[in-house]
Design a protein around this ligand. Structure first.
Ligand SMILES: [Zn+2]
Length: 134
């Protein structure tokens, strides 16, 4: 098994990936939380936000999946934290359930918000574990 001591640059790479995943999740969270206020942005911008909602979520999920998969897999290999792995997996699953409308279109935003928070939580834990790793 590779360790960070042998590959110090990998530690930076791992933290950078986690940071990207957190930033992506943050964008999605802001985006979802802005939706209820979409009407306040005016008819054109508000409608645009509503119309692009699902597409934005597909895009964010498509970007988050490979990043999270890689970062959490690597994190699990070195820190063996089931909590991190589980919350990340559940989060991605919820994001997928939300955006796919499998549970209905109305649940898209609630599922996405909860999923994104779980994914963020997993990557924050992953970052802390990586930084503590010695
Ligand atoms: Zn959103």
């Amino acid at each position: 098994m590779q360790t960070f001591e042998q590959h110090p640059q990998d530690k930076h790479k791992a933290v950078a990936l986690d940071r990207w995943a957190i930033v992506l999740s943050g964008i999605c969270l802001l985006h979802c939380l802005a939706l209820p206020f979409a009407v306040l942005l005016g008819p054109v911008l508000g409608q645009w936000l509503l119309d692009t909602e699902t597409n934005v979520h597909w895009l964010l999920l498509a970007l988050a999946l490979p990043i999270s998969f890689w970062a959490l897999r690597r994190g699990y290999k070195s820190h063996r934290s089931l909590v991190t792995l589980t919350s990340g997996s559940i989060g991605l699953l919820l994001m997928f359930l939300g955006v796919s409308h499998l549970a209905g279109e109305l649940l898209e935003v609630p599922f996405t918000v909860v999923g994104v928070v779980a994914v963020m939580f997993a990557h924050i834990r992953n970052t802390i574990a990586t930084l503590k790793h010695h």
